[in-house]
Design a protein around this ligand. Structure first.
Ligand SMILES: [Zn+2]
Length: 236
């Protein structure tokens, strides 16, 4: 446990340094692309995601933004409305479960939806250079990574151990319960941990405090197909 916490602590320090570095890069006029202005308020984007998920869960997905004409409009630039940090699990594709199309979501997926350097840099890139002002950390019920992190994973290969150790600190104060309840609570706690880490990264800019950036957690239910937002902002 302590070893895992040390890994996280070191990782967070590096992420914070990287976040500050990239934020400085973005504000210093050295952007790799023109930063587009996203006219849509993040709360409005969040409502669109919620509504898209309800269409999907109700089996009424519009499947918009997929035509050849639409894809041709995206060949030279992208202006995704939201950034999604999701689990790599094959059952949780963000574009499908939010009924979104090409160019709508900037998606970063890694088993257990954890924040490491590459994840942080990808999210920083989307924030600084595509105009996205909503970040959703999307966990899901029955997550294999969270289940593994709750068990004995010492027999796993080192890269998997490294990944699971990033989840372990989130699981220290779970309420008592059976195995399924602990996984379910662990999924929520793990999402909240990633949200906290991203909020720490963003704190320096003040964008969250000003309402210009929303970072929110969510959990997808494999049975109902509904995404439940954790601690949603007022007005959702
Ligand atoms: Zn998962």
């Amino acid at each position: 446990m302590q070893k895992g916490e040390t890994v996280i602590s070191n990782l967070l320090r590096r992420i914070l340094v990287l976040g500050i570095f990239l934020a400085a890069l973005g504000s210093g006029g050295q952007a790799m692309e023109e930063a587009p202005v996203n006219q849509q308020a993040p709360l409005e984007t969040l409502r669109k995601l919620r509504d898209g998920n309800l269409r999907f869960a109700g089996d009424h997905a519009s499947r918009h933004h997929q035509s050849k004409t639409w894809r041709e409009r995206l060949t030279t630039s992208q202006h995704p409305e939201a950034i999604i940090l999701g689990c790599a699990d094959s059952r949780v594709p963000p574009e499908l479960l939010f009924d979104a199309g090409f160019g709508d979501l900037f998606v970063v997926r890694v088993a257990g939806n954890t924040v490491d350097l590459n994840v942080a840099a990808s999210i920083d890139y989307a924030y600084l250079h595509t105009g996205s002002r909503l970040v959703v950390v999307l966990g899901h019920e029955n997550c294999g990574a969270v289940t593994a992190a709750l068990g004995d994973y010492q027999g796993e290969v080192l890269p998997i151990q490294f990944l699971l150790k990033q989840i372990v600190p989130a699981l220290t104060d779970l309420p008592a319960g059976d195995a399924m309840q602990r996984v379910s609570a662990g999924v929520v706690a793990n999402v909240r941990q990633s949200v906290r880490e991203l909020q720490q990264m963003a704190a320096k800019s003040g964008a969250v405090a000003r309402g210009e950036l929303i970072i929110v957690g969510a959990v997808y239910d494999l049975e109902t197909n509904v995404v439940k937002f954790l601690d949603p902002p007022p007005g959702l």
